[in-house]
Every structure is written in C-alpha cells, then in structure tokens.
Write a protein that binds this ligand. Structure first.
Ligand SMILES: Nc1ncnc2c1ncn2[C@@H]1O[C@H](COP(=O)(O)OP(=O)(O)OP(=O)(O)O)[C@@H](O)[C@H]1O
Length: 278
C-alpha cells in the first residue's frame, strides 16, 4: 500500500472516519467491521447491490444509527462529543414523504438554515442570500413559491438538495440522489454537486448508476454483504459488478484494488475489527 507522509488533512480535519464500525439491527449484523475515512474534498460514490448496506452505512456515518461496535469520528471528534452538526448535510433516500406537506419550495429550502439561526428569529439577510443561492444552484429559482408537492419527483429531490445546500455543509451525504430522476434533472444535480465540490465540500453519495455524476467521482467504495469489498479509484460498470458480487477479491490480493490516492486513516489508531458471524 502507498504510504503518503503528508496527508491532505490533519487528523482533526478529517470529515468523517469509521474504525471497525459494526451495526446490527434486531440482532442481525448489517455492517461488519467497516473501516472508512473520508478525506477533505473527497467525492466518494458508495456502490453495491441492493441490501449490501449502503444506506445503513450512510445513516451510521451521519450518527443517525448507533454503532454496535467501533468508533465514529466527525471532524476529528468522537461522535458523542460532536455538536457542530450544521457542518453536515444529509439528503436521505427519497420516500415520497414530502407529499401532503403544504410547504412552498422556499420554505423547505429555508428550513435548511434552521440549525444556523436561533429559534424564533426571522431569516437574516445572510439566511435569505443562502436560500436564494441554493435555489439557483439547483435551478429552482422560478419555482420558489410553488408548493413542494406540485413538483415532479426529480424537482423535489433538488429542493431537498437545496435545503441541505442552504445550510452550507462542509460534509454532504446523499442517498441515491439520482434514483428515479430523469436525465435532465440528473445533469442539473451533477452541476449542483460540481459547484459544491469546487467549493471544497466533501461529498459521499450512494448511487447505483452514476450517469452524469461519473466525472465528479474520485473514489469508489463498493459494499458487499455489509463489508467494504472495494475502496479505490472509480470503477467501470463491469468492475463495480464484479466487486459487488465477489469476483474481485480482498484488496490486498488484487493490484487493481490498491489505493491510488493517499490512505485516509493514518490518524486513527488501528483497532482490530471484531469478528462477527451470522
Ligand atoms: N430498519 C431496518 N430493520 C431491519 N432490517 C433493516 C433495516 N434497515 C436495513 N435493514 C437491512 O439491512 C440490510 C442493508 O440494507 P440497506 O438499506 O443499508 O442496503 P442498501 O445497500 O442501501 O440497499 P438498496 O440499494 O436497496 O437501497 C438489508 O438486508 C436490509 O433489509
């Protein structure tokens, strides 16, 4: 493995790192001994078959789902001590839960500023500017006054992304942002994420197919059965399939799977992954 003596981030700056992270739901192991450190400015695509644990991993990395074992650090702090959640944005998998909520697009996006302002204060000028900009980035300026429920699925997805953008996160998680989104909207999303990336944001997204996002991705992680099956340079479709279904083997055995960028977890003490079995 490559050893880089000058990691891009100092330990305190690493946006998110998980060491030997395991999650069980209802006693069933879902994530098993995951080691993953996401460096500043990474654009990471989390891939793998249905049920391989991608969404669970994202929820674990955002601290929404407690670990059964292992250690999660957010911007260098153990998750229990981390309070600066405004630095983190999360767009969950689309569920259609927005239908029936009588909110305008503007209101939905403005709610992304909630963590930044004190309760019961009107939106400040900075808040309004951030909301306006977020709407512009996702191309929904002209829909700001529409009800969110009137938008198409892809537009709703962009509104949710704008909400997260309005919070100006440094670390941004998106779970399947392209699922069920047409080609035009996928391109708009790619443009929005490209802008974020240019600003130095760290992005982790779950995707089955990258489509127009592919040029942005600089690191791929493929999950298989609750474990990391591949972590390295972006893969072609066939290679993703092979990693997801076990035809590429553990990365220290296969030259293709050697990291082609600096290792991300120098800062964390090595902890042996607990052995888990069905
Ligand atoms: N709340 C839950 N209760 C029980 N089992 C769960 C729960 N959440 C996830 N699982 C199980 O954990 C496994 C991983 O699910 P997860 O949603 O993380 O996979 P995924 O890779 O995101 O899949 P998909 O591509 O279908 O979204 C699946 O077997 C799923 O059934």
């Amino acid at each position: 493995m490559l050893v880089n003596p000058t990691p891009r981030s100092t330990p305190a700056e690493v946006p998110v790192s998980l060491v030997a992270g395991s999650v069980a739901i209802g006693g069933r192991p879902i994530l098993r001994g995951i080691d993953l450190a996401v460096g500043t400015g990474d654009f990471l695509a989390l891939m793998g078959a249905n049920g391989s644990g991608k969404s669970t991993l994202v929820r674990a990395l955002t601290g929404l789902l407690p670990l059964t074992s292992g250690e999660l650090r957010v911007f260098g702090e153990p998750v229990a001590d981390f309070h600066d959640w405004q630095r983190v944005g999360f767009v969950p998998q689309r569920t259609g839960a927005t239908s029936g909520v009588p909110a305008s697009v503007w209101e939905v996006v403005a709610s992304g500023r909630l963590t930044r302002r004190r309760l019961l204060r009107p939106l400040s000028r900075a808040d309004r500017a951030a909301v306006r900009e977020a709407l512009e980035v996702v191309g929904l300026t002209d829909k700001a006054r529409d009800g969110i429920a009137q938008l198409s699925g892809g537009q709703q997805q962009r509104a949710l992304i704008a909400r997260a953008l309005a919070g100006e996160p440094e670390l941004f998680f998106l779970d399947e942002p392209t699922a069920g989104v047409d080609a035009l909207n996928q391109q708009a999303l790619a443009d929005a994420l490209g802008t974020l990336k240019q600003r130095g944001a760290t992005i982790v997204l779950v995707a089955h197919e990258l489509g127009p996002l592919a040029p942005l991705v600089d690191r791929a992680v493929v999950m298989r059965d609750g474990r990391v099956a591949y972590d390295g340079a972006p893969l072609g479709d066939h290679e993703v399939h092979d990693a997801a279904f076990g035809e590429l083997h553990a990365h220290h055995h296969h030259p293709r799977q050697v990291h082609d960028h600096p290792p991300r977890h120098d800062h964390v003490p090595h902890v042996a992954a607990p052995l888990e079995r069905h």
